[in-house]
Ligand binder design. Structure first.
Ligand code: JFZ
Length: 479
């Protein structure tokens, strides 16, 4: 009897498990391309690009330019009127995909709908979309997907599932007026948003969030899943108001798409499959062994900003990619195209430098993992295990001027070479580690890479699956 009861419970547990049954092996299989890729492109593009971070001559004071409607409290009617002018005649998705490819990126995550609620795709759930609402009249998601497919680029969809400022009932995160522009009515406006759950326009409140979820978010996710084929990633965002019931409704839609990888921002207790540190690289202390991806801008805004940009240097960006790879994570680097569909030149310039570096050194990034060596004083390291051997890549930022480089791993190396030209280096296996004789000037201005070979499997960090204990527990040690 007891046994029967137990097995009933087990059966029940299994049948309520919402994700397709995933064994450790299939979870690792699903994550394989993503872990191999290491580097992707994020695209934030929508009607907010029309403002470019400026509202009636005022610079939006705080936050990314994609938040202009909320931060500047633009009325719904005014925002929609401007959207009528969205006509990105320069939009050339193949050029975007080529740029990503030349930069060494392996996947693109595109904002199909950001918090302003505008669908960049044809939607039957809301007229506020690219096809039905703009003079452009074409589905830009469809065109991007086709371009990605042509160039063998994986693609994922960013979708703001609860925050929506144009479709009534959508959540609005409350932001004080002084984050936008010095509106003389700010006291009254702040009182209004406080009393109305963050919203600033009565037009936003004609439906409940439940009505919004059932009539917009759920149907639109269904549209995104059914129309474009082989979507690789779903990037959810700002899960305000998402309950377990909506997690179930969302995940039910994904039953036939078990290979789509979810980030950790759906909400409602669903942890997704990878973590998304934003604008920062976690320290080793912050790593917990699960998959992660840092999303980052090259400037100080996700959406296009016409002026007031502070750009990161190309050196900083290359180092960021190396740092992230050395900690076993991915980098999702953002571009914010302008209202005509052009990626800003400052963006392209920096990506070009990254691409040149990747052409020589990508073997030290793709398919690599964390190596079990404390951060070396001269830079970073990654490793790759294959056929009982381990290749270790030393990414040297501070090149030793005396030509002596110590890799403090007490294991005997069997060969050492410069990665970009294959030139053999002499080395000595010593008590303190591998001592390598290197040229006295750095081969690369940003980061030079040395490849060491070890005739054994070096210690590895296992990768743990996120603990989605609401649904099922999958522990996925690396095989
Ligand atoms: C969100 C968006 O609000 C923003 O516009 C952009 O799309 C970005 C990628 O994601 O912003 C967030 C979301 C989560 C955190 C911070 C900013 N977070 O968890 O720290």
């Amino acid at each position: 009897m007891k046994k029967f009861f137990l097995s009933c419970c087990l059966l029940l547990l299994c049948s309520v498990s919402l994700l397709a049954q995933q064994t450790s092996a299939s979870h690792n299989q699903k994550m394989e391309w993503w872990r191999e890729a290491r580097f992707g492109m994020f695209v934030h593009w929508g009607p907010y690009a029309l403002w470019g971070g400026e509202y009636h001559g005022h610079q939006q004071r705080v936050g990314g330019a994609e938040w202009i409607m909320n931060r500047c409290k633009i009325p719904v009617a005014e925002y929609q009127e401007m959207t009528r002018k969205f006509n990105p005649v320069d939009y050339d998705p193949e050029a975007w995909v080529r740029l990503a490819k030349e930069t060494g990126m392996k996947y693109i995550v595109f904002t199909t709908k950001h918090h302003d609620g505008f669908a960049m795709f044809k939607s039957n759930a809301s007229k506020y979309n690219m096809v039905d609402f703009t003079p452009y009249g074409k589905d830009v998601v469809d065109a991007l997907v086709k371009a990605c497919r042509k160039y063998g680029m994986k693609f994922g969809f960013y979708y703001s599932q609860s925050q929506d400022w144009n479709n009534p009932g959508g959540a609005t995160h409350r932001r004080p007026m002084n984050q936008g522009w010095p509106n003389p009515d700010s006291v009254a406006i702040d009182a209004y948003t406080l009393a109305h759950n963050g919203s600033w326009d009565p037009a936003q409140q004609t439906r409940t969030i439940e009505q919004y979820m059932d009539s917009v978010a759920i149907p639109q996710v269904k549209e995104l899943l059914s129309r474009y084929g082989d979507v690789s990633v779903f990037f959810w965002d700002t899960p305000k108001g998402i309950t377990k019931a909506y997690v179930k409704k969302f995940l039910d839609l994904f039953k036939d798409y078990p290979n789509i990888i979810h980030n950790d921002r759906m909400g409602g207790g669903f942890l997704g499959e990878y973590k998304t540190p934003e604008q920062m690289i976690p320290t080793v202390e912050q790593l917990d062994g699960t998959d992660w991806e840092t999303c980052m801008t090259l400037n100080n805004s996700w959406g296009y900003r016409r002026s007031g940009n502070i750009w990161k240097s190309a050196e900083q960006l290359v180092t960021t990619l190396i740092d992230i790879a050395s900690k076993g994570g991915n980098l999702l680097l953002n571009v914010g195209p302008d209202p005509l569909g052009n990626i800003p030149q400052e963006n392209i310039d920096r990506m070009k430098v990254m691409g040149e570096w990747m052409k020589k050194y990508s073997a030290s990034i793709y398919g690599t993992e964390r190596c079990k060596v404390d951060k070396p004083v001269w830079g970073y390291c990654t490793q790759k295990v294959k056929d009982g051997k381990t290749l270790v890549y030393l990414q040297v930022i501070d090149w030793p001027k005396d030509g002596k480089l110590l890799f403090a791993l007490k294991e005997p190396a069997s060969s050492a070479r410069l990665l970009h030209n294959g030139k053999k280096l002499t080395f000595e296996n010593t008590e303190e580690g591998v001592r390598i004789a290197v040229p006295t000037t750095a081969p690369d201005e940003i980061a030079s890479v040395i490849e060491l070979e070890f005739d054994k499997v070096l210690p590895r960090y296992p990768i743990k699956a996120m603990n989605n204990n609401l649904y099922e527990i999958v522990d996925a040690p690396r095989e």
